[in-house]
Design a protein around this ligand. Structure first.
Ligand code: BG6
Length: 474
């Protein structure tokens, strides 16, 4: 019993939240570099406030990240000390193609990731590469409108092929797009979409979604042609929506909110647009540019596995007045009276992870991989200089127990688990450093102050033991 012997334990990060070095190694600018810290961030992420170059009134956290661009060897050595079997990271598109529409890649960028990958392999850590973690070269935003434009499919495919070719024989686990459903919630952050006045936003978002889905399917095809040992997956920001009461209106409402996410994975795992999506698009009078060839591409190139992030469940009501009480910056939810919440108001629901795993496995019957889960918290060093993060150990331990229950009791097929922010990093939604997730503390503050020195938190040794015992010590 327990998890399979080759279960992939590890941690996850994203380029723009850790690397820094935004103007080094020939790197170009991306949408994610231009997300400011502070009050305007939400409007910029939503595509409501165009920010296509830096201004002097804002601080931009991605410029420094946690300076992993210069610390990656030290960081990977620490991951190896915890016993990581896998490290999920993303490649910054603009290190490889600084503008996005060049024919030839930037060798310096490829070399950086080659060295990073070799460093992982030195410790027998498998690299799990996210090809696109929210980033879109800013040149593509300015010249082509980002994912509003069908041409993005070719630019993305050329980028993905370049990675498959260059890292052949070194990387076998790939994710095409991080949290593809985030496009609907933070369209500039997730897909470089900026809305023009009078533009039909729903039309724009679903057009971009279609192009990303086709690009994802084509990358899956090319990735497998280049090396049939490649495993190529999609990724969903997951977490079941619960009905607020047993009132059938609430049950239906929760189902409808769930569909906003399943819309994407239904296409990526099953290979076609589900009936409910076609009906909904027609009702909203959204015309999608879906060609016969697109349909075939989607049908023939479904993913090998489904990866997902899980932080919380949500609650929805069928009563619009009650739903007005929903809160939360990216995925609004009603308060669940049965759950505690993090300092950022994210409701803590370990059993929800088991429920979500069952929902996904029942729906798709394909292998799952949890590629993000973790607790964002304010960490304060104790007198001994160590962060005694028992609250994080508690959060992660409870979630891992439910994950194991889903495997042992429900028979869910699960390939691995990478905790989010295995090292402290910049928060995607708020831009803060203060919202820390790591087993490794990084001495950096919200506006880039600090030494960037790394130190182990109490959870570091705890996770080492979890991995060593393959979860049996939980
Ligand atoms: C996911 C993203 O949405 O959640 C990550 O893939 C992000 O990039 C993570 O960091 C946690 O969210 P936040 O806002 O706390 O950083």
């Amino acid at each position: 019993m327990g998890l399979q012997k080759d279960f992939l334990w590890g941690g996850a990060t994203a380029a723009n939240q850790v690397e820094g070095g935004y103007d080094q190694g020939g790197r170009g600018l991306a949408n994610v570099d231009l997300l400011p810290f502070g009050k305007d961030r939400e409007a910029v992420m939503a595509g409501e406030l165009p920010m296509l170059s830096f201004d002097k009134d804002h601080y931009y956290p991605a410029q420094k990240g946690i300076d992993m661009y210069h610390h990656y060897k030290e960081d990977i050595a620490l991951f190896a000390e915890m016993g990581f079997k896998v490290y999920r990271f993303s490649i910054a598109w603009t290190r490889i193609f600084p503008l996005g529409d060049e024919a030839k890649p930037n060798e310096e960028g490829l070399l950086f990731y080659e060295q990073l990958i070799d460093e992982c392999l030195k410790y027998d850590i498998k690299p799990l590469v996210t090809i696109c973690h929210f980033d879109c070269p800013i040149h593509l935003v300015k010249e082509y409108g980002g994912w509003k434009n069908r041409k993005m499919i070719d630019f993305y495919l050329h980028y993905a092929e370049t990675l498959f070719e260059r890292f052949k024989g070194k990387v076998y686990h790939w994710i095409t797009f991080n949290e593809i459903n985030m496009l609907l919630h933070a369209p500039f952050m997730a897909a470089g979409l900026v809305f023009e006045e009078g533009e039909d936003r729903e039309q724009v978002k679903f057009t971009a979604a279609h192009y990303e889905l086709v690009a994802s399917a084509l990358a899956t095809k090319r990735g497998k042609e280049i090396d049939d040992k490649n495993l190529i997956g999609c990724m969903l920001a997951a977490g079941d929506n619960y009905p607020n009461t047993p009132n059938p209106e609430d049950i239906m409402a929760a189902k409808l909110v769930d569909r906003e996410s399943f819309f994407f994975t239904d296409v990526q795992v099953r290979g076609y647009y589900p009936a409910y999506a076609l009906k909904e698009l027609a009702r909203k009078n959204i015309q999608l540019d879906i060609t016969e060839e697109d349909k075939q591409i989607l049908q023939q190139n479904t993913v090998d596995y489904l990866t997902f992030s899980y932080y919380s469940s949500s609650v929805a009501s069928g009563d619009p007045k009650v739903n007005e009480l929903r809160e939360g910056n990216l995925f609004p939810t009603l308060k669940n009276p049965y759950l505690d919440a993090s300092e950022w108001g994210w409701q803590i629901d370990p059993l929800g992870l088991r429920i979500t795993m069952n929902t996904l496995y029942d729906r798709y019957q394909c292998p799952l991989f949890i590629v993000e889960n973790g607790l964002g918290a304010v960490d304060v060093k104790a007198e001994n200089g160590v962060v005694e993060d028992d609250y994080r150990i508690d959060y992660l331990g409870k979630h891992m127990k439910e994950m194991i229950a889903a495997v042992e009791l429900d028979g869910v097929e699960l390939l691995g688990y990478t905790s989010w922010g295995c090292i402290d990093l910049v928060s995607a939604s708020t831009g803060e450093m203060k919202k820390r997730y790591g087993f490794i503390y990084v001495d950096a503050e919200n506006e880039g102050q600090g030494t960037f020195k790394r130190s182990k938190k109490r959870s570091f040794e705890w996770y080492r033991q979890v991995i060593e015992s393959n979860g049996d010590c939980l």
